[in-house]
Design a protein around this ligand. Structure first.
Ligand SMILES: Cc1cc2nc3c(=O)[nH]c(=O)nc-3n(C[C@H](O)[C@H](O)[C@H](O)COP(=O)(O)O)c2cc1C
Length: 150
């Protein structure tokens, strides 16, 4: 199972969560790639068999800048990812109210439109509640791994 992890961050927290998830997935025997060059051709060239998206939300519910071009490319070119297992870890801050974790939710919606298959419900990590999102994500990542291996 080849898992590709995409992360989008402003201040680095989502990357830390992605690093931790990568370590756990590799320890569980999955082959993991991180997409550094965030564009669709680079993603498809990796021939992913599963996707994990870790993204914070910025602005008024917007995607972090590094993920914006890939998101638009996926929406415009619409590469079907039929039945590809995926999960989304969304970082945000509940103080932002209606836009809490919106970027993660939008990426999830897009992946569902592309016919990918969500294997673990979206995880919301609230910066107003925790300063250790990478360890808080561990149980979720454990369930995600179990679902990929099932
Ligand atoms: C300028 C700014 C705007 C933000 N906007 C939102 C938002 O609309 N919704 C949300 O849930 N969190 C919002 N956040 C909170 C961040 O998503 C949260 O702090 C997250 O942990 C940052 O992760 P990062 O370091 O990976 O960027 C915002 C933070 C900043 C600084």
């Amino acid at each position: 199972m080849h898992l590709v992890i995409l992360s989008g961050t402003v201040f680095g927290t989502a990357d830390l969560v992605a690093d931790e998830a990568q370590a756990l997935c590799e320890a569980a025997g999955l082959r993991v790639s991180r997409l550094r060059l965030l564009n669709l051709d680079a993603l498809l060239a990796l021939q992913p068999e599963a996707l994990l998206v870790c993204t914070s939300t910025t602005g008024m519910g917007e995607l972090p800048e590094p993920l914006v071009p890939l998101f638009h490319e996926m929406r415009d070119r619409f590469p079907l990812l039929t039945a590809m297992p995926f999960g989304v870890i969304a970082l945000g801050d509940a103080a932002y109210g209606d836009t809490f974790c919106q970027a993660g939710e939008e990426f999830r919606e897009l992946l569902l439109e592309l016919q990918a298959r969500e294997v673990e419900p979206l995880l919301r990590l609230d910066a107003s509640e925790t300063v250790t999102p990478e360890t808080d994500a561990e149980p979720w990542v454990g369930r995600f791994i179990a679902a990929l291996k099932a």
